[in-house]
Write a protein that binds this ligand. Structure first.
Ligand code: ADP
Ligand code: MG
Length: 564
């Protein structure tokens, strides 16, 4: 069979002019010319359905990306990210052609695929119509002229101007350096790093872009916490290392505490040049934890924090459809721990006070044996000493953590200083005798939550789980609310999580724990790519890689979750 050319695509599309919209289906197939293949993989049924799926495929020979940029996984992710950003920013990109959501982070995505042998852009294309009639001439130009131009302008390295060639080199070098820095944190016993000169505040509450440099105070590390890293590109980066153990961030209201913690939360992701957080790097498995009243809990062991409920309920296998502030935060801590978090990030602004502290006056009025909650302040030390889980905690309103802290950082007008010794002195002087009497500490976190076995069919729904924006996944008629999952950054991650839930449901065998299933899925993604989440589809749509922790977070918030 003769191969279809782009001229065939043009004439075939033009001939559909005026036909009913459904006739677009006839275009399905691949069309090749001068090294480019335009593959029309799925055609929308009507103008209002989700757009058609089209791939632009170039052999690496044609795309001609220099070998040294794509010879490792990090390089391929960086190049794919760069090419996707180019398509998104191309002034000639038609308005109804989309390459997916792209924010300030560099993520492993399906938007553009770079392998040693080819480059593929996965586009969503709204095919033009007037009412329900095909606009054939317009569609022909779109598919057979505009898309090949987009491919030439954005995907072919031999057409880059010198500034773009350099920009790509820099983009790849930056990601490799960020990865290398992150990889060194553990051996330096740090949980996170904030480079000098970083711009942490964002332009607005609903924007992930940096605050204008002339309005922001750039970050400067205190001398005592300063760390320097030599990176593969030859660059040297200096800034503040946050050590393992308990770090307490103090300071007056509005002095930049939450902004620092938010940056650390997002430090699990690499950021693009110019973001201001390029050198805010956290270990890959730090977890932000907050109160989230109203969330469901299924079979968690929250007994380290909650026991002796007035109802007599067993809190080592605790379930509720409507958690309180303190129980939800307890569940979030336990789940993060089980998901493998090396550090918890906790902000007083989003915590339940009765989960965090209980002062000595209250202990006198309501004796410990009448209080189901063992506050986090009585567990935070053993959490680290027994299980090596560090905590970075903002406490502007209570001194209860000072004496327990390994490091105390004071924020003053957005500038950090280290005040550990002074904080310890003050804590010792101010201590009321009652306060030294801690509740007995089990010293261990129990792992019943880790052993929760996912029941067969537990997540299966009649229709596949459907992502809605960043923070919701609908499973049949039940919505999973992810708005408190603070380290989710892209709707395409949510789409990947929805697909991951379908995978979990298919692979649940009534014997494997939820955590082990997610570990297995993550291994497959690492080996075979995100395409494992879109089996049987050449065009997987727009998916970005979530961490296992966020996949678990979604499963844990599913109201119909069934355990074996
Ligand atoms: P806190 O948690 O200490 O009360 P926030 O982190 O919420 O303070 O910051 C208060 C305000 O200051 C926010 O509007 C934030 O965007 C802004 N801000 C934070 N850090 C900086 C900075 N380095 N430079 C300028 N503004 C900042
Ligand atoms: Mg705050």
């Amino acid at each position: 069979m003769a191969r279809n050319t782009l001229s065939d695509l043009f004439s075939r599309t033009k001939s559909l002019d005026g036909a009913g919209y459904g006739a677009y289906k006839k275009l399905k197939g691949a069309y090749s010319e001068s090294g480019l293949t335009v593959s029309i993989d799925r055609v929308q049924a009507d103008p209002y359905a989700s757009p058609s799926k089209v791939r632009l495929i170039l052999p690496m020979k044609v795309a001609s990306i220099p070998q040294h940029l794509v010879d490792d996984a990090t390089g391929r992710v960086a190049v794919a990210d760069f090419l996707a950003r180019r398509i998104q920013a191309d002034p000639n990109r038609p308005r109804n052609v989309h390459v997916g959501d792209i924010g300030q982070q560099v993520l492993e995505r399906t938007h553009v695929l770079v392998t040693p042998d080819r480059v593929e852009a996965r586009l969503l294309v709204g095919l033009p119509a007037k009412g329900r009639r095909i606009l054939g001439r317009q569609a022909a130009h779109l598919l057979a002229d505009d898309l090949p131009n987009l491919s030439d302008d954005c995907l072919r390295h031999d057409r880059f101007d010198p500034a773009d060639v350099q920009a790509l080199e820099d983009h790849v070098a930056l990601l490799r350096d960020q990865d290398a820095l992150r990889a060194q944190l553990k051996s330096r016993k740090l949980v996170a790093f904030v480079g000098n000169g970083a711009i942490l505040p964002r332009a607005a509450g609903d924007s992930d872009r940096p605050l204008a440099a002339n309005r922001a105070t750039s970050f400067e590390s205190p001398e005592s916490l300063s760390q320097t890293f030599e990176l593969p590109s030859g660059r040297t980066v200096t800034g503040m290392g946050i050590p393992e153990g308990l770090t307490v961030i103090v300071g007056g209201g509005y002095h930049g505490k939450s902004t620092l913690l938010r940056a650390l939360e997002r430090g699990i992701y690499p950021h693009v040049s110019g973001d201001g957080r390029e050198w805010v790097i956290s270990r890959a498995d730090v977890a932000s934890v907050r109160a989230e009243d109203g969330r469901p809990i299924t079979g968690d062991d929250i007994s380290p924090f909650i026991t002796n409920l007035p109802t007599g309920t067993d809190t080592s296998h605790f379930s509720t459809t409507n958690a309180s502030g303190s129980t939800s935060q307890a569940a979030n801590v336990v789940e993060a721990h089980v998901a493998g978090a090396c550090a918890l990030l906790i902000d007083e602004d989003t915590s339940a006070t009765n989960f965090m502290i209980r002062d000595h006056l209250m202990q006198r009025l309501v004796p410990n044996n009448k209080e189901p909650i063992t506050p986090f302040v009585q567990r935070v030390r053993s959490l680290y000493d027994a299980t090596s889980v560090s905590t970075v905690l903002i406490a502007g309103g209570s001194g209860a953590y000072l004496r327990l802290a390994d490091t105390v950082i004071a924020m003053d007008a957005y500038r950090p200083s280290e005040v550990t010794a002074r904080a310890h002195d003050i804590a010792r002087e101010g201590e009321a005798p009652e306060e030294t009497e801690e509740a007995e500490d089990t010293g261990e976190f129990r792992h019943a939550t880790a052993r929760r076995i996912l029941a067969r069919g537990t997540l299966s729904s009649r229709k596949p789980p459907k992502p809605r924006g960043l923070s919701t996944i609908s499973v049949d008629r039940s919505d999973i609310d992810l708005s408190a999952v603070g380290q989710l950054v892209a709707p395409s991650q949510t789409a990947a999580i929805a697909a991951a839930l379908a995978w979990l449901s298919k692979n649940a065998d009534g014997q494997t724990s939820l955590v082990d299933l997610v570990v297995r899925l993550e291994r497959q993604i690492t080996e075979k790519g995100l395409a494992v989440l879109a089996p049987g589809r050449d065009h997987p749509g727009h998916l970005s890689r979530p961490r296992g922790a966020e996949i678990l977070a979604a499963a844990n918030r599913y109201r119909e979750l069934k355990l074996a």
